[in-house]
Ligand binder design. Structure first.
Ligand code: SF4
Ligand code: SF4
Length: 257
């Protein structure tokens, strides 16, 4: 979610690239898991969902039945990790929930953003194991990989920032940002982040004058979900296929390529 705080309030004031060193060491977190409990909203991009599809063998619709939900994020309907009660079976077992039948999933045209929960009981990420460790560590979402780093956007590009008020156990050990992220082919990943951010920002501007609950906004949001999340991602070269789908979406939405 876009934040209201300024970069100066959030960060140590420095702008980091992948090749910079940052004082971020969390001493392997030691089962802290604070950021997986009632933490920031983890918005999932298409690559995050592709990785969950691939490693868990679950489709987007199956994930929607279990561990993710749709929320309105700055005017667009996007998937986020669905927090669950701390003592729910999914977290008590420390296991990734079993796959459910696709037939039970909601049709794409019936997507409804989740209402804000009224019950303030302790909530945690559905992928947090009972031992306080992430059960999908090797393919966790990009926001989780960065944390407590974040991205700050300016004119379609970004730099990394260290969110100084977030992680409770940073030891201050220096590490290169690239190593911290641990993402293969980081250049291609960062290009993907820019392309996805650009598409979302153009779409937000396109819908800027429309009603928050208007049918055009809803149609465009459903189109994005179908084009980038509900599609069959059973491929190896994610970035190339994503680029093709993005070019198609730019044409369909009337944007210059
Ligand atoms: S809050 Fe910091 S130390 Fe705790 S789990 Fe998150 S990154 Fe690790
Ligand atoms: S996916 Fe893993 S790292 Fe991310 S919030 Fe959930 S448990 Fe924590």
């Amino acid at each position: 979610m876009l934040r209201e705080e300024t970069e100066e309030e959030l960060s140590d004031g420095r702008k980091y690239t992948a090749n910079d060193m940052v004082r971020i060491g969390t001493d392997d977190c030691r089962g802290c898991s604070d950021c997986c409990r009632m933490g920031p909203v983890i918005v999932l991009d298409p690559l995050d969902v592709f990785e969950l599809n691939r490693f868990l063998g679950q489709s987007f619709e199956e994930l929607l039945n279990e561990t993710i939900e749709l929320k309105v994020i700055d005017g667009l309907i996007l998937p986020v990790l669905k927090l669950v009660a701390e003592d729910s079976p999914a977290t008590a077992s420390g296991q990734v929930p079993a796959t459910q039948s696709t037939s039970a999933a909601a049709p794409a045209t019936q997507f409804t953003p989740a209402a804000a929960p009224e019950d303030p009981e302790p909530m945690v990420c559905p992928y947090l194991g009972q031992d306080g460790r992430c059960t999908i560590h090797d393919f966790r979402p990009g926001i989780c990989r960065m944390y407590p780093l974040g991205r700050s956007w300016e004119n379609g590009d970004f730099h990394y920032i260290l969110q100084v008020n977030e992680c409770t156990h940073c030891s201050g050990t220096k590490i290169k940002v690239r190593k911290w992220l641990g993402i293969p082919n980081l250049d291609a990943y960062e290009d993907f982040c820019r392309s996805w951010h650009d598409l979302l920002e153009r779409t937000r501007r396109l819908l800027g004058g429309t009603k928050p609950d208007g049918s055009l906004r809803r149609q465009v949001c459903i189109y994005l979900l179908q084009q980038f999340y509900l599609c069959d991602w059973k491929i190896d070269d994610f970035y190339t296929v994503f680029g093709g789908r993005r070019a198609e979406a730019l044409r369909h939405l009337g944007f210059a390529i």
